[in-house]
Design a protein around this ligand. Structure first.
Ligand code: SF4
Length: 251
């Protein structure tokens, strides 16, 4: 079973994103620094693994829609049961809104998600022969699917070099000076401009993992960050007493 990074956008996440005044932003990394930044992430994690469980484009799409305001672990627990019962648009439609709701009640926004996913399954059957479309516009017309979800599906299911900007990617891009921006779209455009082509395919996953496990919102673990020497964040967290710093360039 393959896995994918969490991606669905949420209003809560968007309002929590750091709307920094332009003057607060660190200076941007130079092209050579951006190259070094991604080379470092690639060296640490050559084939970034992703965390939502899925089997094909449709189950990926369902998992990503379910991941708004939910943890990947929570979504995986739900989909482990759900996909045994319904893993195609037809089967999901037959399950119905109430039936689907019984599986996903442990997740935030479950009522809306159940409603959207049933409408989404119906639209896929009516307009796309039950297949997940590969075009952004068609994806974004599906209920519950925004730009971020479309980017994840295009990247993960179809191998497109899209960079979905979630709360982690947004934070990392701003803190480091990689691609500062006021909105997820500004950051996405900035990343598209600066990330070298050969790193675009995995950039989303590298940045999510950096943000989720090291460059955390409240207390970034700068002392064990592999890109510490490149990062422009002025308030880097010092190593706690006795903690080993990241080796070499990251230290
Ligand atoms: S050095 Fe600190 S602020 Fe910069 S990317 Fe690493 S964890 Fe984040």
């Amino acid at each position: 079973m393959a896995t994918a990074g969490r991606a669905a956008g949420t209003a809560r996440e968007t309002t929590e994103l750091r709307p920094a005044a332009e003057g607060d932003w660190p200076s941007q990394l130079s092209p050579a620094e951006v190259e070094a930044f991604f080379a470092r992430l690639a060296e640490h994690d050559p084939a970034p693994t992703t965390e939502l469980h899925y089997e094909d484009p449709f189950t990926l799409l369902v998992a990503v829609v379910l991941s708004a305001q939910a943890t990947d672990k929570g979504v995986n627990r739900v989909t482990a049961e759900l996909f045994r019962r319904a893993r195609t648009p037809q089967e999901l439609l037959e399950l119905g809104e109430e039936g689907l709701a019984r599986y996903i009640r442990s997740l935030g926004l479950w009522r809306n998600k159940a409603k959207n996913l049933i409408a989404l399954a119906r639209l896929l059957l009516e307009r796309h022969d039950g297949q997940v479309p590969r075009q952004r516009e068609a994806l974004e017309r599906l209920p519950g699917v925004g730009r971020k979800t479309a980017n994840v599906v295009l990247n993960q299911a179809f191998g497109e070099p899209t960079i979905a900007v979630d709360t982690h990617v947004f934070r990392v891009a701003n803190r480091t000076g990689l691609a500062p921006g006021r909105t997820p779209l500004e950051v996405e455009r900035g990343l598209e401009r600066v990330v070298p082509a050969r790193y675009k395919r995995h950039a989303h996953h590298w940045l999510i993992r950096l943000g989720r496990y090291i460059c955390k919102a409240r207390r970034p673990a700068c002392w064990r960050c592999p890109v510490r020497d490149l990062c422009r964040y002025p308030d880097k967290t010092p190593a706690p007493e006795g903690a080993a710093a990241a080796s070499g360039r990251g230290a």
